[in-house]
Design a protein around this ligand. Sequence first.
Ligand code: NAD
Length: 290
Amino acid sequence: MTSLGFIGLGSMGGPMAQNLVSAGHDVTAFDLDDDAVEAVSGAGATAASSAEAAAADAEVVFLSLPEPENVEAVVGAIEDGLREGSVLVDLTTSTPGTTNGVADRLADRGVDVLGAPVSGGASGARNATLSIIVGGERAVFEACEPLFEDIGEDIFHVGDRPGHGHAVKLLNNYLSNVALIATSEAVILGDQAGLDRETLVDVFSVSSGRNSANQDKIPDHVLTGEYDMGFKLGLMEKDMRLLSEFAGDQQIPMLLGHVTRDITGYAKTKKGHDGDMTRVYDFLEELMVE
Ligand code: NAD
């Protein structure tokens, strides 16, 4: 049993914290939203009254927060109280620069940092089947690997700097979002040409056009009318914005990357920050069809 702090108990953090409790760990949890804390304490975690209280006695502190600025704010609040020899694991989809900056700061206090963003959606978080993409020192990664196995299935160590995990995650989400936008356009065009939408995704999903949008996002969350991926448009817009920043830091131009960011930004304006990411299909349909 490891004593863990968990800060940020939303669609992803809540189920991950619950899975760590189920695996037998002593989890102290905090979120700004009392209902989120209640859900996790009902499953056996100890409710903390602040981020500082959740982190103070923990051997490993997990963060699952919306944006890099939330990570900076929470790290600023907890850093004085972190135990020497403890590990901070940032599961947030953040920027490599933020993660490396936090790691450099905390190294002075004898605290190790792993950047460990996840992929697999809210269902992957609930079922502990997430992909976890970890950057940081290999020895620290290996020490935390059993914890990652409690919340995920495919665990990758992708590089020795904490920010390497976040770099790979931003690139992955770029591919996922491009696939959703391109597949939405293809299905809308086919639909307008009189083709059946289910048939279109059936064909694409086993042919050379296959991707995660025609294999699950569109058939399971758009064509059903459910729009219940559990991933907010505002978070995808944030990921595309962070991808652009990352490309800018590397001084690498990205043509399609910036177009994808802007399409997602317009979709968020029209469908709302909390609209499901699959609402980009409706946004495009409204633009494309009279
Ligand atoms: P969410 O908005 O559902 O949850 C974020 C939680 O953080 C909220 O409950 C919020 O109250 C809390 N929070 C914000 N600031 C806080 C603070 N200062 N102290 C304590 N709690 C604070 O978001 P989510 O969907 O759980 O995503 C979390 C992260 O995981 C994001 O970076 C997202 O991009 C990433 N992610 C999400 C998914 C998904 O499918 N939802 C998949 C992979 C990665």
